[in-house]
Design a protein around this ligand. Structure first.
Ligand code: BES
Ligand code: MN
Ligand code: ZN
Length: 458
């Protein structure tokens, strides 16, 4: 997922709005003009036409951008062109500048992703020379981070258990000179009772663990916590088959924070980064935790388990508690936490929570700028009582079924209370039907917006 080296033989690829197409026609050769109009090109969003040279080979290409509104709606306009171009090396000709140009170039890179671990899936062969005025290395780092996230989510649980997630974090640490510590066994049971208890039914080879990666010496302290439930059966409150089918993606938060960490390290952002991943499998066995159990936690709060399928908030709670034991400028959690988030906003738009209005505004702006859709939801304090069960400090699955994403976020906030700023994403992590630059399958969400914000400085 990189750009091609400069090549004087590269063919021009004209990205045009309908107005720009009219101007292009005036300057084009008679042959190109006639061909483009015979092919019905109008500059509408998503159109791609190859213009033949005298030898019958494509000599230039046209990509329709549509209106400004289409651009906002479509995201990554150039991405849909990549497959249609079949092959060859291209250079982009566009009037779009600044962020719009960056986004187009990134769309091209993201459309180069294919998941090839289990079957050959030929990646698009067409290459693009890095357009002028874009930060090519930065875009390549973003694309590589997103590709890592997608690969991790797409890999089935059989090959992406807690140990494989740990191996990924260790590899990443080694590549970028980060440190990586992992807590397991008796130390985990002692220091992180919730992580241990949720993961203990998964057996020895898939045992629970806490992954702790650190990188960077100076700048603000940023800690990213990702839900690493490598498979979520629901536990004894077993999910029905239809709901369990996609649960290999329940480590989507972990995959996304690792992809974001990769972006941060590859571009050398000026910050002290920490990544915490509680990696577990929510399995069914004789030693599984049970509905009605009351569990201790690292922070000291007790939790009544009213549904073993609300496991994500349990493992995150211990990781958040650890994170707040040292001063942190920004604490972030990313998690495929609730079905309620998907019901409210669908698979594309991710709800996020924070009490910091300025952070929320900046994140909203970044989200629009980099076409990474996010929407703020409230830490609605009056719902706190819903997560108080009476015989323990907290209830992991309030009855009533109201505001599922909010009550989960409030639960996490109890464990992040000591953080200076806390930001939580209730993500989906999956593209259910393919769109330009976003094939069906695993998807990083929120990472690009957060990376943009962190690049500007906290
Ligand atoms: N991993 C699921 C949430 C999920 C489901 C995310 C489907 C994306 C798609 C989570 O562990 C879960 O099962 N949550 C329960 C919580 C409930 C029992 C309080 C849910 O949302 O139904
Ligand atoms: Mn669950
Ligand atoms: Zn889950």
């Amino acid at each position: 997922m990189t750009f091609a080296a400069p090549d004087s033989a590269a063919r021009p690829l004209y990205a045009l709005s309908p107005d720009e197409y009219a101007a292009w026609q005036e300057d084009a050769t008679e042959m190109f003009r006639a061909w483009a109009s015979a092919m019905g090109f109008s500059g509408a969003s998503g159109q791609v036409v190859l213009l033949p040279g005298p030898d019958g080979q494509p000599a230039a290409g046209l990509v329709g951008l549509g209106s400004d509104e289409d651009r906002a709606r479509g995201r990554f306009q150039l991405a849909s062109a990549r497959a249609a171009l079949k092959g060859g090396t291209w250079r982009l000709e566009t009037a779009l500048a600044g962020e719009a140009r960056e986004e187009m170039a990134l769309g091209w890179l993201l459309a180069g992703y294919s998941f090839e671990r289990y079957a050959a899936a030929p990646a698009p062969a067409a290459m693009l020379i890095a357009p002028e005025e874009v930060n090519a290395a930065r875009l390549e780092a973003i694309a590589a981070g997103e590709a890592l996230t997608r690969d991790l989510i797409n890999t089935p649980a059989r090959d992406m258990g807690p140990a494989a997630l740990e191996a990924t974090a260790r590899d990443l640490a080694e590549e970028f000179g980060a440190s990586c510590a992992v807590t397991t066994g008796a130390d985990l049971a002692e220091g992180y009772p919730l992580i241990h208890t949720v993961g203990q039914a998964a057996g020895e080879t898939r045992a629970p663990r806490l992954i702790d990666l650190r990188w960077g010496e100076a700048g603000p302290a940023v800690t990213l916590v990702g839900k690493g439930v490598c498979f979520d059966t629901g536990g004894l409150n077993l999910k029905p088959g239809g709901s369990m089918g996609l649960m290999k993606k329940d480590m989507g938060g972990a995959a996304t924070v690792l992809g974001l960490a990769r972006m941060i390290m590859a571009t050398g952002l000026d910050l002290r980064l920490r990544v915490l991943i509680p990696a577990v499998e929510n399995a069914v066995a004789g030693d599984a935790f049970r509905p009605g159990d009351i569990l201790p936690s690292r922070k000291g709060l007790t939790v009544e388990v009213n549904n073993t399928d609300a496991e994500g908030r349990l493992v995150l709670a211990d990781a958040l508690a650890l994170a707040t034991e040292e001063p942190t400028d920004l604490l972030v959690s990313m998690a495929t936490l609730t079905g309620a988030a998907r019901v409210a906003l669908g698979p594309d738009v991710v709800p996020f929570y924070t009490d910091d209005d300025r952070l929320a505004d900046r994140l909203g702006e970044a989200s629009r700028r980099v076409a990474d859709p996010l929407w703020r939801m409230p830490f609605w304090a009056p719902y706190e009582e819903m997560i108080e069960p009476g015989i323990a400090d907290l209830d992991n699955a309030p009855s009533g079924g109201f505001a599922g994403s909010i009550t989960a976020a409030l639960f996490l906030r109890r464990f992040a209370a000591d953080a200076r700023r806390y930001l939580h994403f209730d993500m989906y992590g999956w593209t259910p039907s393919p769109k330009p630059g976003r094939p069906k399958g695993g998807a990083g969400q929120g990472a690009r917006a957060l990376f943009d914000l962190l690049s500007e400085g906290l």
